[in-house]
Design a protein around this ligand. Structure first.
Ligand code: GDP
Ligand code: IMO
Ligand code: MG
Length: 433
């Protein structure tokens, strides 16, 4: 099997980082293909926690190569800081991390615009991570972005930034807030100088990623594509407009790296044993009561990027069935099953009710998601399972919970995660076999 695409199956933060770290030793490459430092992927190895926003989650395995594909939006300052953080931990990145010349840059004005727009939207805000993701992808699609390849030429960067700010400064002037003001001449020079310098320092990492990956595949190397965010945050298939600005689904692993779709041989979805969401947007199984608080506390549900408390709710099989379909998921990894340990009963959403009508498929019209009522089937709870390492050692109720999910979704469960640390899981099927 040449390559596996790993995607989040809900609204992000499913534990993708931990699972990528788990599987990385079976791969030659771990590759990000979309999103940017809106992602926060947490790895815990021997009690030491590492949160990665841009560098792929295979980096802690010394023999694994990592790549950031053309589909990722790169904040060069964040990349340099993250490489520094890894160096402090003794992780060697040079010669192992390759960043595509075609990746678009997130520049300071993208961030300022992201924050200004959110402020302007007021109660209708998206709840973005404020990292400039949307405005950077806008510039890419509008053919006015600055790419990694441009950094080698100061005049080019200067020209592109000035051209862009002619219009953006006018827009920022409309926002007219102290934090969101237009950029001064001194700031423009600083942006250009700093990025040209960052480009020089990061130059050893810049590469023709598509070509490297293609040659790798030809030589029989195995690629693990690391999705960021989750299917329900996909710009086309998610809960628009409460989504991110990239395609998070598996097919974008081809476009976002420059490989052909036939190089994507299987898709693993990572799902939490319950549901969480950061930012705004519809969430039918959300628990706004004490039980939601219990899940947030037990699962330590606070954003790895922004520290915001995550909204928590029961498992939603209607949403998951949809995610499985649009992302082509065949195998699932269930994470954080341990968090449910000790709860007396576990309601699982098996259908929605809309205007008295029961539906088991995701609504065609996303606006209906605000009005649907979840229909629950109650599963018995189980005790603490954090120390379990074999499926057969799980309590019967936990096994039933997993079988119920697999049957409802028509997928195989490949791995069950029962703790944040490396090795705290039980494997059922090897997705690379
Ligand atoms: P990602 O964005 O999908 O990589 O997920 P995050 O890292 O943002 O959030 C997942 C959180 O859950 C992190 O704090 C992980 O350390 C933690 N985590 C991952 N798997 C498990 C698990 O099976 N059990 C528990 N209790 N925590 C987990
Ligand atoms: P990982 O990879 C959870 C959410 C934001 C907001 C929406 C748009 O760690 O799972 P953006 O800054 O992308 O324009 O914000 O998307 N969001 C995430 N939620 N996990 C993520 O990444 C996210 N990345 C973006 O909270 O609702
Ligand atoms: Mg995260």
């Amino acid at each position: 099997m040449a390559s596996v695409v790993l995607v989040g199956s809900q609204w992000g933060d499913e534990g993708k980082g931990k699972v990528v770290d788990r599987y990385a030793e079976r791969a030659d490459w771990v590759v990000r293909y979309q999103g940017g430092n809106n992602a926060g992927h947490t790895l815990v190895v021997d009690g030491d926690k590492t949160v990665l926003h841009l560098v792929p989650s295979g980096i802690l395995h010394p023999n694994v190569k990592c790549a950031i594909g053309n589909g990722v939006v790169v904040d060069a300052q964040i990349l340099e800081d993250e490489l520094g953080m890894l160096a402090d931990k003794g992780v060697i990145t040079e010669g192992r991390l390759f960043v595509s010349y075609g990746a678009h840059l997130i520049l300071p004005y993208h961030k300022r615009l992201d924050l200004a727009r959110e402020a302007l939207r007021g109660v209708d805000k998206i709840g973005t991570t404020g990292r400039g993701i949307g405005p950077a992808y806008e510039d890419k699609i509008a053919r006015r972005g600055v790419r990694v390849a441009d950094l080698a030429d100061r005049d080019r960067v200067d020209g592109l930034v000035r051209q862009r700010l002619k219009e953006l400064n006018a827009i920022l002037a409309v926002h007219n807030a102290p934090d969101h003001r237009p950029f001064t001449e001194a700031e423009i020079v600083e942006i250009v100088d700093r990025h040209v310098e960052l480009g020089q320092r990061l130059r050893p990492y810049f590469s023709n990623v598509a070509d490297r990956l293609f040659r790798g595949v030809e030589a029989g190397e195995r690629i693990l594509f690391e999705g960021a965010q989750g299917v329900l945050l996909d710009i086309d298939h998610g809960t628009y407009p409460y989504v991110t600005s990239s395609n998070t689904v598996s097919s974008n692993a081809a476009t976002g790296t420059g490989l052909g779709f036939h190089h994507l041989t299987s898709v693993i979805g990572v799902m939490k044993a319950y549901t969480t969401r950061v930012g705004r947007g519809p969430f039918p199984t959300e628990l706004s009561d004490e039980t939601g608080e219990v899940l947030r506390k037990a699962g330590n549900e606070f954003g790895a990027t922004t520290g915001r408390p995550r909204r928590c709710g029961w498992l939603d099989l209607v949403a998951l069935r949809y995610a499985v379909r649009v992302a082509g998921i065949r195998q699932l990894v269930v994470t954080k099953l341990d968090v449910l340990g000790g709860l007396p009963e576990l309601p699982v959403c098996v259908a929605y009710e809309l205007d008295g009508r029961r539906m088991t498929e995701y609504p065609d019209n996303v606006h209906d998601l605000h009005r649907v009522k979840p229909v629950y089937e109650k599963m018995p709870g189980f005790e603490e399972i954090g120390a379990v390492r074999r499926f057969e050692d799980l309590p019967a109720a936990a096994r039933d919970y997993l079988r119920f999910i697999a049957d409802a979704l028509g997928v195989t469960i490949a791995l069950v995660s029962v703790g944040p640390g490396r090795g705290e899981d039980l494997e059922l099927v090897d997705p690379f076999a």
